[in-house]
Design a protein around this ligand. Structure first.
Ligand SMILES: *[C@@H]1O[C@H](CO)[C@@H](O)[C@H](O)[C@H]1NC(C)=O
Ligand SMILES: *[C@@H]1O[C@H](CO)[C@@H](O)[C@H](O)[C@H]1NC(C)=O
Ligand SMILES: *[C@@H]1O[C@H](CO)[C@@H](O)[C@H](O)[C@H]1NC(C)=O
Ligand SMILES: *[C@@H]1O[C@H](CO)[C@@H](O)[C@H](O)[C@H]1NC(C)=O
Ligand SMILES: *[C@@H]1O[C@H](CO)[C@@H](O)[C@H](O)[C@H]1NC(C)=O
Length: 411
């Protein structure tokens, strides 16, 4: 093995001793969540097809199956905020809004399971959720038990309206109650998203011991600016957070916004490329009834998903900035015959209005070897090349666009 590659691999081996061991999320979770696209729309009289309701989740579940998302790996369908009544019931239990969820949550959960999907729900550690619905702070055990009874498979546990400095404690406690239910529930935490923006470095050892995934930073909005802002934070903090990514525990830069209003086709490929190379959870938030085929094809791209779901679970890192391009690399599980595999993602910050002819070498990315490498451009499957580590690789990247490559060592 070449020394440089050896060094790279050693550097990237997670250094975690104890991790949450509930057997779940061995690869980054994939699914669909309401929030970025449908927010807290509760007016079902005015917007019957878009409001947060039983009908919305059943419809999306149907599309997840009929349009190939489940088959591609997107298996969780998740309710976000705004599903409950404004008050708990007489026994202190969370109660779905009776008009919007007339059959109750267990009935919806059964429907989603009957389609072969898994079911996720939302709660908040604080006194109220972010949108002002009942919080869980004095009801952790009750809520964990209720979710298990409803056969929930995934909990997004938010952190609005809580004391963010000491918030870890509450998440760890909730994790114990979830474990005690005996139902395997993917546990998505948000505590860094409340600490890091306040200039407090979160305890990632504690996160990996407690949670299957965690939101590190700000919520995503439907814009390129939001995507690049999130990536500035992730790349700027990658050496601190990447070692904690691995099977069962993931950094989460928030939802995919592909197919909505804010990203162009090229920007959508860039988001997919970087989310895949970061081993980020792939959580869509888009109207599956109306998404245009070209965006759908990005979300369903098998090679991109395979990079994201690579069994080693290494979070790729930004390794080179050149010509206003960010280049990220990620070691993938080697081939059975021992040949090395990598992924490369490029994201352009150029706005010059034409496809920029960009060149780089593998050597510049610290991928050096005496063997040649086969390079496949996965969004443009017709172009692939074989190069050594010094030969220039040319690719044309459209303004604020992205590209993703699989690099295979040759014999
Ligand atoms: C869900 O509720 C509907 C309407 O009341 C009912 O027809 C159906 O049998 C229920 N499904 C389950 C799984 O209980
Ligand atoms: C509870 O925690 C134990 C110890 O880490 C683990 O073996 C078990 O799988 C967990 N159970 C559930 C349901 O999460
Ligand atoms: C971080 O969490 C770990 C594991 O729970 C704990 O051992 C350690 O003391 C914590 N570090 C700090 C600085 O609180
Ligand atoms: C690439 O390798 C060189 C030489 O070993 C090293 O100085 C540099 O830090 C490496 N770059 C990255 C981003 O790992
Ligand atoms: C490769 O890109 C550099 C800019 O990074 C440019 O100066 C050089 O001319 C390019 N090489 C070729 C052969 O096009």
């Amino acid at each position: 093995m070449d020394n440089t590659i050896k060094k790279l691999v050693v550097l990237l081996v997670p250094m975690i001793v104890d991790c949450l061991d509930n057997g779940l999320a061995r690869t980054p979770p994939m699914g669909w969540m309401q929030w970025e696209r449908f927010r807290c729309l509760t007016d079902c009289e005015a917007y019957p097809d878009e409001c947060i309701s039983d009908k919305l989740f059943r419809t999306m579940a149907d599309y997840m199956v009929s349009d190939g998302y489940l088959e591609a790996g997107y298996e969780y369908i998740m309710i976000d905020d705004c599903w409950t009544s404004k008050e708990r019931d007489n026994n202190g239990r969370l109660l779905p809004d009776p008009d919007r969820f007339p059959y109750g949550i267990k009935n919806l959960s059964d429907y989603i399971h009957s389609k072969g999907l898994k079911f996720g729900i939302y709660a908040d550690y604080g006194t109220e959720t972010c949108a002002g619905y009942p919080g869980s702070i004095d009801h952790l055990k009750t809520d964990a038990d209720t979710f298990a009874e409803w056969e929930v498979d995934y909990l997004k546990f938010d952190g609005c309206n809580s004391d963010w400095i000491f918030i870890d404690k509450g998440y760890i406690e909730m994790g114990k109650y979830l474990n005690a239910t005996n139902r395997p529930i993917v546990y998505s935490c948000s505590w860094p998203a409340y600490q890091e923006p306040n200039n407090m470095e979160s305890n990632y050892s504690a996160l990996a011991e407690t949670c299957n995934l965690w939101r590190n930073w700000d919520d995503i909005d439907d814009s390129w600016k939001s995507v690049t802002g999130i990536l500035d934070w992730f790349s700027g903090n990658q050496d601190r957070i990447a070692p904690f990514s691995g099977p069962g525990h993931w950094n989460d830069p928030d939802m995919l916004i592909i197919g909505n209003y804010g990203l162009s086709y090229e920007q959508s490929k860039a988001q997919m490329a970087i989310w895949c190379i970061m081993a980020a959870p792939l959580i869509m938030s888009v109207d599956l009834r109306t998404i245009e085929p070209k965006f759908k094809n990005i979300l369903l791209n098998k090679d991109a998903i395979a990079i994201n779901q690579d069994p080693l679970g290494i979070m790729g890192r930004l390794i080179l900035k050149k010509d206003k391009m960010d280049i990220w690399t990620k070691p993938l599980k080697p081939k059975e015959d021992g040949r090395k595999l990598f992924a490369i993602a490029i994201m352009s910050h150029r706005v010059d209005g034409y496809p920029y002819r960009f060149n780089f070498t593998l050597g510049e990315l610290n991928i050096t070897d005496s063997n040649q490498f086969h390079i496949k451009n996965i969004f443009e499957s017709t172009s692939s090349v074989i190069v050594n580590d010094k030969e220039l690789i040319f690719t044309r990247i459209k303004p604020t666009g992205g590209a993703l490559f699989v690099v295979t060592q040759q014999k």
